[in-house]
Unconditional design. Sequence first.
Length: 298
Amino acid sequence: MAGRDEQRLGKSKNLSFIHSRIISIISIAMVLFLVGVVAIIGLIGTGLKDYVRESFNFTVLITPEASNNEIALMKKDIEKHPFVKEVEYYSKEEAMKQLTEELGESPESFLGWNPLSPTLEVYVKSKYVSEKDSIAKIERLLGNYPITQSVSFRKDLIEALNKNIRTVTIVMIVLTVILLLISVVLINNTVRLLIYSKRFLIYTMRLVGATAGFIRRPFVWSNIWAGVAAAVLAIALLAWGRWYVLDVFPPMREVLTIRNSLIVSGIVLVLGVLISWIASALAVSRYLRMDADKLYRA
């Protein structure tokens, strides 16, 4: 009877440990999932920031006397510059058509002639829009072409844009740091609770002469694999979330690319392994230093 009771007790302990391990993996996976969501939001923010900045443009008004050949040569030369994302050309006729659509009637019908000039819309790459010196240099460069009549851009808009982007970036960094700290604490506590149930086993192994490294190794590896399992679960949830978002909002494909998804998956996997490894090593080391009395009170 005593033997059967011991077997039942052993099975009960094993089931309890397996249950605790599953709960810990799910808990760590949920934390890693939140980290992944924040990383995705950060990437979306970066993508939107670049998109908004690159929608900014310089309007280059060209002299009416300029020939089509001169305009084509100017456009080709502007496109060679590293700051240029795209250059669009609008003839006098196209400009008049757009103005007519906006006004509801054609100014040419009562003026008797087309007063508009051909224009080049020069769209600039994101990193150049964020620098005041770059904006001023680009304005001067575009104004130096012989057939340029004037160069205009929304200076107030670009200043407000850069200010808002800086504010949002700071807020995102602070939130990311806070969430990372919370993640470290939660995962650390989850791992410590799991190892807590094995503290007497650690003490017994120490009594029979096992070295600290020998005792620590299986616990560390066990929790590393738990971290990997939790990361895989979190990545699977993130992949489902990506599929759902792209199904509902197809334009998000520009931001939620395969490359960005792989970056987020890598971050989640590395954090899962790294935090589980460090937390388990510290937890085992803590119990290795405890004597029997402290183990009972721990």
